[in-house]
Design a protein around this ligand. Structure first.
Ligand code: F6P
Length: 321
């Protein structure tokens, strides 16, 4: 392994910079040349590369976002786009790629591996925590802490005014963020894409809580399940209780990564370089229950599903009593 390219792709996540730093430093320590590829696959096709030395990643472990920038590239999904990227890889003599991102990023990785044979290792970086093959993705811990912090503030005003608050969090396809932050922030209900929501049942619960003196409550909605505005309107119409809404949006994607995300990203980055040096390809690093870092075939990651533990609804329900 002589030269490794590293890129960040898809939605950014706090901790991507920490992973980049680990890839660069581990590469340099092993005598491997590292180049940063700007704006994900878009930059790979355009040949936007920058040589990275140990100093180039100084003081970024604590920074949110990604200094390499990120993009979602439609062009790279085409055979012509992949051929352009392959030309750059061959011209630059890159023999390994570390791809920091989510499932779309791995699909791109498999495509470029089959186009030109470059070895590919993925690092799971997304706030959604929805990647099979790992218990945690980089950015999830920071995102839920950011959301929890915001909801704590919402709780103060909600309690002061005896209001229902509907808080919309990210999660287009699943409720990992919604459920975890619902538990951590003590929400009375959580609405997620995995389960149909019985709005009338929820409104009756809100009225029952109200009748026995619980005058304010917080309802978390994952963006993929419903819009906070629709949920708030329905609650007001049915219960006649004053309801407000807050959409947290991209606030959840920014900010300095938590200790857990920085440490995880550092371990992932280090392990990804080791795997490339050992000749591995088409795998993603991940962490399992026992906290060991492991590798899973990308095909398995893309075919798999991570299911949310729906029994957590019972915990939310009990906590709401
Ligand atoms: O995948 C990460 C994520 O933040 C999702 O939770 C969210 O639905 C999506 O990206 C938003 O994408 P964009 O930044 O393109 O609006």
């Amino acid at each position: 392994m002589r030269k490794v390219g590293v890129l960040t792709s898809g939605g950014d996540a706090p901790g991507m910079n920490a992973a980049l730093r680990a890839v660069v430093r581990s590469g340099v320590a092993a005598g491997v040349q590292v180049v940063g590829i700007e704006r994900g696959f878009q930059g790979l096709m355009a040949g936007s590369l920058r040589p990275m030395d140990a100093g180039s990643v100084s003081n970024i472990i604590n920074r949110g976002g990604t200094i390499l920038r990120s993009a979602r590239s439609e062009e790279f999904k085409t055979a012509a786009g992949q051929a352009r990227a392959a030309q750059v890889i061959e011209r630059e003599a890159i023999d390994g790629l570390v791809l920091i991102g989510g499932d779309g990023t791995y699909r791109g990785g498999l495509a470029i591996n089959s186009t030109c044979g470059v070895r590919v290792v993925g690092i799971p970086g997304t706030i959604d925590n929805d990647i099979p093959g790992t218990r945690y993705t980089i950015g999830f811990d920071t995102a839920i802490n950011t959301a929890m912090d915001a909801i704590d503030r919402v709780r103060d005003t909600s309690a002061s005014h005896d209001r229902v608050f509907v808080v919309e969090v990210m999660g287009r396809h699943n409720g990992f963020i919604a459920m975890e932050v619902g538990l951590a922030a003590g929400a009375e209900a959580v609405i997620i894409p995995e389960c149909p929501c019985d709005m009338i049942g929820l409104c009756e619960e809100v009225m029952a809580w109200n009748a026995r003196g619980k005058m304010s409550c917080i309802i978390i909605v994952a963006e993929g399940a419903a819009s906070a505005a629709d949920v708030a309107t329905a609650i007001t119409q049915v219960t006649r209780i004053e309801t407000r809404l807050t959409v947290l949006g991209h606030i959840q994607r920014g900010g300095s990564p938590s200790a857990r995300d920085r440490a995880l990203a550092t371990r992932f980055g280090h392990h990804a370089v080791q795997l490339l040096r050992e000749g591995a390809t088409n795998v993603m690093v991940g962490v399992q229950e026992g906290s060991e870092v492991v590798a899973s075939p990308l095909e398995q990651v893309l075919e798999g599903r991570r299911d949310l533990n729906l029994s957590l609804f019972d915990v939310v329900r009990v906590m709401a009593t």
